[in-house]
Design a protein around this ligand. Structure first.
Ligand code: ZN
Length: 142
């Protein structure tokens, strides 16, 4: 779907919207729609003169509007890229938290089982002590 990144509607797309997820070029672009690797240039004309811009090499130097080739202002691209990185970080942290919770749950379960075994062993030990006392008492009467 060839469209220019200079369109304001595109820049409003948030990372969580399906539109943004479906758009592999969201963030810092690597390739134009035509397949050519984009180049980072400095804008030489117009109100954004001096600003950096990602552009398809198929476009002329003074061209900053195109339907068929990619034009993406550097600041917009980097902002989107940061949002992408943040999203990945959040999701990695969530996964880490889930894995951690799962490990803790497993440890709790093991501790619970061990406590049960300890209780059983204590009861058996007490029964043996009672038995030993009874046998001692029996022996002392001899
Ligand atoms: Zn192109």
């Amino acid at each position: 779907m060839p469209y220019s990144y200079s369109q304001p509607s595109t820049s409003e797309a948030s990372w969580n919207s399906g539109e943004a997820n479906a758009d592999a070029n969201w963030g810092v672009p690597e390739k134009c729609f035509c397949g050519k690797p984009v180049k980072l240039e400095v804008c030489k004309t117009g109100y954004r003169q001096g600003d950096r811009v990602y552009k398809c090499p198929m476009l002329k130097a003074e061209e900053y509007e195109s339907r068929n080739h990619l034009i993406q202002w550097w600041d917009q691209a980097v902002t989107e890229e940061l949002e992408k990185v943040n999203h990945k970080l959040d999701s990695a942290l969530r996964h880490g938290q889930l894995a951690c919770n799962h490990a803790l749950e497993s440890i709790r379960e093991t501790i619970h089982l061990m406590q049960g075994e300890i209780e059983t062993l204590k009861e058996r030990l007490l029964a043996k002590e009672v038995e030993i006392d009874r046998l001692r008492a029996l022996l002392s009467t001899w």
